[in-house]
Design a protein around this ligand. Structure first.
Ligand code: CA
Length: 516
C-alpha cells in the first residue's frame, strides 16, 4: 500500500503456499491465506509493523521476511490521546467542479430530494409494532396497487418508546433519531404516526410543533390531530372497538398520504442533491485495498459535483483521529470531531471495553489483525477532500452542510445505517469483504464487494465487484466512476439487488441512556 510498508497482502485466491516465490524474489516461509499479511523485511522484537505507512503494531518476537504476520505476532499500539493533535493542516485539494451530472429524483416542499417515494408510518413505541405490521400488509395488498407511483409502504418500527429513562440526557439521541427518520427525504414530507396512548414517548414529544410539515388530515376513527401535534392514530382511543377497527383506521388514514405521494413525479435534478451515506460491514484486508479506495474516489466525485457524502463508524476512525483532525476544514470542525470521539471513548469505558471491542472473528479470518489496521482501511472511504462538518448521533443535516461530513455513529451496521437515515441520507453505499446481505427498506443500498470471489458467489447480492482492482488490474478510478454512475442510476429508480429481493434489516436506535 505504501513504499515504506514492511508488510504486503496476498491477493491470490486460496492464498499462497510456503515456498512460493514472489516477484521480488522473496520466498514465503509460511502458507499465507488470502487477504493476510506477508513480512517483507526481517524484524527484531519491538520493531514497528507498517501498513498504509502507519504503525499497526510492534513485533512480539523477532520475525523473518517471508513469514505470515497474524494478530498473535503483533502488539497493538495504544490509542492516540486527544491532546496536541494536528488541527486543520491540510490544504484544500481544490478539485475541479464536476458539472452536468443529473438524476431523476423527487423534489420535496422543504427543498430536500428523495430517491424513492415511500409512505413511512412512524411509531412512537414498540407496543404498536404488531398492529402496524398487519396494517402495512393490508395497505400493500389493498391500496398500493391503486397508487403506482408510490414505491412502498413501511412501518418505522423500533424497540424504543416505553420502559426507557426518557428524561435522561442521552435519551435525546434515540428520540431525535426517530424524529429525523420520519422526515427522511424519501418519505416526501408525509408524516403519520401510530401511538399506543400511554407510552412515555408521546407523539408531540416525538414531533413537537414546528418540527414537521403540516398536512391536511384524513378522517380516521381514533385520529387525533391536536392543534400542533402530528396526525396520529392512537390505539387506546375509545373509538376503537376491536382489533379490526384499529387496522381499518390506520388503512384509512394512509389513503390521503398515498394520494399525495402518488401525484409526485420524478424530475431531472443535479447530482448535488445526493446525500450519500457510506459504511462498511464484514470487512477484510481487501476492504482497504479495493472497495474502500474506489468508494473514496467516488466520494471525491460527489464532492466535486456539489453533493454531500457522510462517513461514520466511530470505532473505525478512532485510531486515525490525527488524520481526521488534520483534514478538518476549520478548528471548530476539528473540535467537533474530538468532542464526538472522546464522548464515544467514555461511552465504551462505561461498558468497560475499549476500541479493541471492534474487529470480529470474521475480520481476523479475513486478514485484519486489529482495529488500527481496520481503521486505516476504513477511512479511505472518505476520499481526499476536507471534512466540512460533523453531526452528533441522530442529528439531521442542514441544507448548508455540504461536501464531506463526519456523521458520528457506532460501527454496528444497523445502528450506523439508522443514524445516517436520520441525518437525511437518500442513498447508501455499503462495502463488504466477508459478505453480508444487508439492506434498508427506507433507502436504496448499493453493495460493493471487496473480492471478486465474493462477487461471483453472491452474484445476485453484490451490486459492484471492486475486487477487480486486485484480481483483474482494474484501476481504482475505473471502479470509482462505475460506482458514481451506478449511484445516479439507482437514485433515478434502478433497483439494487437488496431492493429486488426486498431484503432489509430492522432499524436499530442507538440508545446510550438507561432503560427502566
Ligand atoms: Ca459498519
Amino acid at each position: 500500500m505504501h513504499e515504506d510498508d514492511n508488510v504486503a497482502i496476498v491477493v491470490n485466491d486460496g492464498g499462497l503456499a510456503a515456498g512460493s516465490v514472489l516477484d521480488s524474489g522473496l520466498v514465503l516461509i509460511d502458507k499465507v491465506p488470502q487477504g493476510h499479511k506477508v513480512l517483507l523485511r526481517d524484524l527484531a522484537q519491538g520493531d514497528t509493523i507498517k501498513r498504509y505507512n502507519v504503525t499497526i503494531g510492534r513485533a512480539l518476537k523477532p520475525l523473518k521476511a517471508g513469514c505470515w504476520v497474524h494478530e498473535r505476532l503483533i502488539e497493538m499500539p495504544v490509542a492516540l490521546g486527544f491532546e496536541n493533535l494536528p488541527i486543520a493542516q491540510h490544504q484544500d485539494p481544490q478539485l475541479a467542479p464536476l458539472e452536468g451530472y443529473t438524476f431523476e429524483g423527487y423534489k420535496n416542499k422543504d427543498g430536500s430530494v428523495g430517491t424513492r417515494n415511500i409512505l413511512a408510518i412512524t411509531t412512537t413505541v414498540q407496543c404498536v409494532a404488531g398492529v402496524v405490521s398487519i396494517a402495512v400488509q393490508r395497505i400493500k395488498s389493498e391500496l398500493l396497487p391503486q397508487y403506482p407511483n408510490v414505491d412502498d409502504v413501511i412501518g418505522l418500527e423500533h424497540t424504543y418508546g416505553c420502559g426507557v429513562a426518557i428524561d435522561a440526557p442521552d435519551a435525546i439521541i434515540p428520540i431525535r433519531t426517530l424524529r429525523h427518520i420520519s422526515l427522511n427525504p424519501n418519505f416526501g414530507g408525509e408524516v403519520m404516526v401510530v401511538s399506543l396512548g400511554c407510552e412515555k414517548l408521546q407523539p408531540d414529544r416525538l414531533l413537537p410543533p414546528g418540527s414537521f410539515p403540516l398536512q391536511s388530515a384524513g378522517q380516521g376513527l381514533g385520529l387525533r390531530q391536536a392543534q400542533d401535534g402530528p396526525e396520529t392514530v392512537c390505539l387506546q382511543d375509545d373509538a376503537h372497538v376491536g382489533f379490526m377497527s384499529m387496522i381499518d383506521d390506520i388503512v384509512q388514514t394512509a389513503r390521503p398520504h398515498l394520494e399525495r405521494l402518488n401525484a409526485r413525479k420524478r424530475e431531472t435534478l443535479p447530482a448535488s442533491e445526493l446525500i450519500v451515506g457510506v459504511q462498511c460491514g464484514g470487512s477484510d484486508a481487501f476492504s482497504g485495498v479495493t472497495a474502500n479506495p474506489a468508494v473514496g474516489f467516488a466520494a471525491d466525485l460527489l464532492v466535486r459535483a456539489g453533493a454531500t457524502i457522510m462517513f461514520s463508524e466511530n470505532t473505525e476512525v478512532r485510531d486515525a483521529v490525527d488524520q481526521l483532525t488534520k483534514r478538518c476544514a476549520s478548528q471548530e470542525v476539528a473540535a467537533e470531531v474530538i468532542r464526538e470521539l472522546s464522548w464515544y471513548d467514555k461511552y465504551l469505558e462505561r461498558g468497560r471495553v475499549d476500541r479493541s471491542a471492534n474487529t470480529t472473528p470474521g475480520n481476523k479470518a479475513g486478514g485484519l489483525s486489529n482495529i488500527v489496521e481496520k481503521a486505516m482501511g476504513s477511512i479511505i472511504k472518505s476520499g481526499t477532500t476536507l471534512i466540512q462538518s460533523v453531526l452528533a448521533p441522530g442529528e439531521r443535516l442542514r441544507k448548508d452542510q455540504r461536501g464531506l461530513v463526519f456523521a458520528a455513529t457506532p460501527a454496528s451496521d444497523f445502528i450506523c445505517g439508522t443514524l445516517q437515515l436520520a441525518a437525511g441520507m437518500n442513498l447508501h453505499i455499503f462495502t463488504t469483504g466477508r459478505g453480508t446481505p444487508y439492506g434498508l427498506a427506507e433507502c436504496p443500498v448499493i453493495k460493493v464487494a471487496t473480492r471478486t470471489d465474493l462477487a461471483r458467489r453472491w452474484h445476485d447480492l453484490m451490486d459492484i465487484d471492486a475486487g477487480r482492482i486486485a484480481s483483474e488490474g482494474a484501476s481504482i478510478e475505473e471502479v470509482g466512476w462505475e460506482l458514481f454512475r451506478l449511484m445516479l442510476d439507482v437514485a433515478s429508480g434502478k433497483k439494487t439487488w437488496a431492493e429486488q429481493w426486498k431484503l432489509h434489516n430492522a432499524l436499530v436506535l442507538f440508545n446510550p441512556a438507561p432503560v427502566t
